[in-house]
Design a protein around this ligand. Sequence first.
Ligand SMILES: Nc1ncnc2c1ncn2[C@@H]1O[C@H](COP(=O)(O)OP(=O)(O)O)[C@@H](O)[C@H]1O
Ligand SMILES: [Mg+2]
Length: 448
Amino acid sequence: MKVLVVGKGGREHALCWRLAQSPSVSELFCAEGNPGTAQIAATVPIAAGEIEGLRCFAQQERIDLCVVGPEQPLVDGIVDEFERYGLRIFGPSKAAATLEGSKSFARLVMRQAGVPMAEGESFDDSAAARDYVLARRTALVVKADGLAMGKGVAICEDREQALDAVARAMDEHRFGAAGSRLVIEERLKGEELSFFALCDGERALPLGIVQDHKAIYDGDHGPNTGGMGAYSPVPQFGRDLEDRVMREVINPTLAAMSERGTPFRGVLFAGLMVSGERLNVLEFNVRFGDPECESLMMRFEGDLAETLLQVAEGRLTERSFGISPRSAATVVLTSGGYPDKYRTGLPIRGLERIEGSDPSAAKVGWALKRVRLKIFHAGTALAGGQLLTAGGRVLAVTAGAAELHDAIATAYEAADMIEFEGKHLRRDIGRRALQCGVQPVTGAAHGS
Ligand SMILES: Nc1ncnc2c1ncn2[C@@H]1O[C@H](COP(=O)(O)OP(=O)(O)O)[C@@H](O)[C@H]1O
Ligand SMILES: [Mg+2]
């Protein structure tokens, strides 16, 4: 089949990489892609926001399946547009994507479905929001209801900060329309996990648990970023948690969405907070996470295109894919200064030592250890044959190995072979898992 991937980051490169290995894929396109996707997919110069343009292209090229990476086009209705013209597309409808597009809607569905979440309420009026803050005794989190590019959530130490957050969103309109409604929640403590499940509207199958690292510096210090690294599985939390999340979160949510007449198709990504036996959903996303997707694709087994088509057509079966018991780790290389101001256009060196035909000592070692390594492009550009930095997150170095510590060590070995001015990375990706000393859970999740 002819497959079109929409997006241009590390997540989309990882999806293209796995799709390119699908026996059912005859031709692969990526809009608008990056120098990494360009090595395996034809680049289509249409931005993810140009929904009509993408649909026209899919019609002209007779695309059999479109796979959408980022959330904005999903929330804007790209799936409805494609389906109106009889085109197959992997992702939720606009109505179902509201699970990510509106945090108050997500809470409404969770309440209806009995999904555990933080205590809280939503507000359209700043006076009522302020009254609520003043009446609460616990620490609070103030969230813009709509998409705010990861900047709409304020974790507040005290009432003063919560009142400031309300004022910023509702009086100063700091997040535009996304902040005209707010969700105010109790502040939960615990460990954060990302949980992914493929859903075909009626049934769901788990893709697994991933832990990402949002803060820019080691030890979770400094401002939040789009994501500095990830690893999967998360050995501290085994199959028990996976089963529990399917039972308490994914399946009831899917049933509630179906009952509302807006069945959810695509990948449902639950952001979880886990503390002892306490499990709560922080938010839903309706697409793959980045960099979680890079680690997940390293573990995915089977024909990805066929699996995603099954989801799109509402006929997902247990046998369609498997998740490797091997571990994956992703280390993101960022531009100096990110997530604030940073320079771009700086030459990147060292990739050819890792990816080229030259058998460097490292490559020989990885082959002997049966370690797999892939460098996904996030913010890069090509100029006259030279690879340059072109974004805050530049590359997502991803390794897969039988043991998590090998995957992490290999990702760092490769990350250290890559050079560009101002390069930054976290040194503690997966450290929590290594410190707990538990070996990864073995045994494939399901399927063949
Ligand atoms: N109720 C909560 N208690 C504690 N921390 C929270 C809570 N809700 C969100 N957070 C923190 O804020 C981050 C962002 O919130 P989230 O709901 O995921 O919104 P978004 O990803 O849209 O910014 C989470 O990753 C988590 O670290
Ligand atoms: Mg989040």
